[in-house]
Design a protein around this ligand. Structure first.
Ligand code: 13P
Length: 253
């Protein structure tokens, strides 16, 4: 059985005080609302990790993740943060290959392979992002485009390592635009990606891989999107910055 996961990607938002307030609200609501069977991951900016971890403590099924990690283990790489550091601060997950990293920081499929390896070597679960830009969707080549992202970055992994990966499908045209993919569009792509994973790692491994949807997911559309057979949760941007919205999305399963 694959996990249901809702991960909040705070991106480059929130001061120390704002991060503390949001986390406190989420932890309290999470306990009050008795969330079951959903793995929740908070992915704040690195500087928040320590203080967010303190507030989250050992709350069951509530985890911490980074938004990125270095492809290198350690050393003279000013401004970078290693997977080892993330782990030592209590992170269990790390987002790798977000489209904003790919676009603004020119992260290639090859570089992302090295980041995935760093994450795995340090016991972190990679949330590996993929997704197509608008022009690729309009050209109708989106399936091949996204499958290729998975092939190039992940298909060198052993079966054992692949079993630790979470995928997030985030169509770029739906990120922060308020224009979400329809639940049918999400299902169609998630099914195609699962079939692609099965072609390499077998049906059982593909069936055990959580594939999350991301892109303008909110409390109003989450239930419909999460109801689809191949959608196993969400990677949430804007709505993860509002505790009530984030909880309502978690409660959409
Ligand atoms: P929004 O939910 O703000 O569209 O962002 C999605 C995203 O990029 C999550 O990683």
């Amino acid at each position: 059985m694959r996990k249901k996961i809702v991960a909040g990607n705070w991106k480059m938002n929130l001061t120390f005080e704002e991060g503390q307030k949001l986390t406190t609200e989420i932890v309290n609501m999470y306990k009050d609302e008795n969330i079951k069977d959903v793995t929740v991951v908070l992915n704040p900016p690195f500087v928040h990790l320590f203080s967010v971890k303190k507030l989250v403590g050992n709350t069951p099924n509530l985890f911490l993740g980074g938004q990125n990690c270095s492809d290198k283990a350690s050393g003279a790489f000013t401004g970078e943060t290693s997977a080892t550091m993330l782990k030592s601060f209590g992170a269990e997950y790390v987002i790798i290959g977000h489209s904003e990293r790919r676009e603004y920081f020119k992260e290639s499929n090859e570089l992302l392979t090295a980041k995935v390896k760093q994450a795995l070597e340090n016991g972190l679960t990679p949330i590996f992002c993929c997704g197509e830009p608008l022009e690729i969707r309009e050209a109708g080549t989106h399936e091949d485009y996204v499958k290729n992202q998975l092939t190039e970055s992940l298909f060198g992994l052993s079966e054992e390592d692949f079993a630790k990966i979470v995928i997030a499908y985030e169509p770029i045209w739906a990120i922060g635009t308020g224009k979400t993919a329809s639940s049918d569009q999400a299902q169609e792509m998630h099914k195609a990606l699962r079939d692609h994973l099965a072609s390499k790692y077998g049906q059982e491994a593909a069936d055990n891989t959580s594939i999350l949807y991301g892109g303008s997911c909110n409390p109003a559309n989450a239930k419909d999107i999460f109801s689809k057979a191949d959608v196993d949760g969400g990677l949430i941007g804007g709505a993860s910055l509002k505790s009530r919205d984030f909880m309502d999305i978690i409660n959409s399963f």
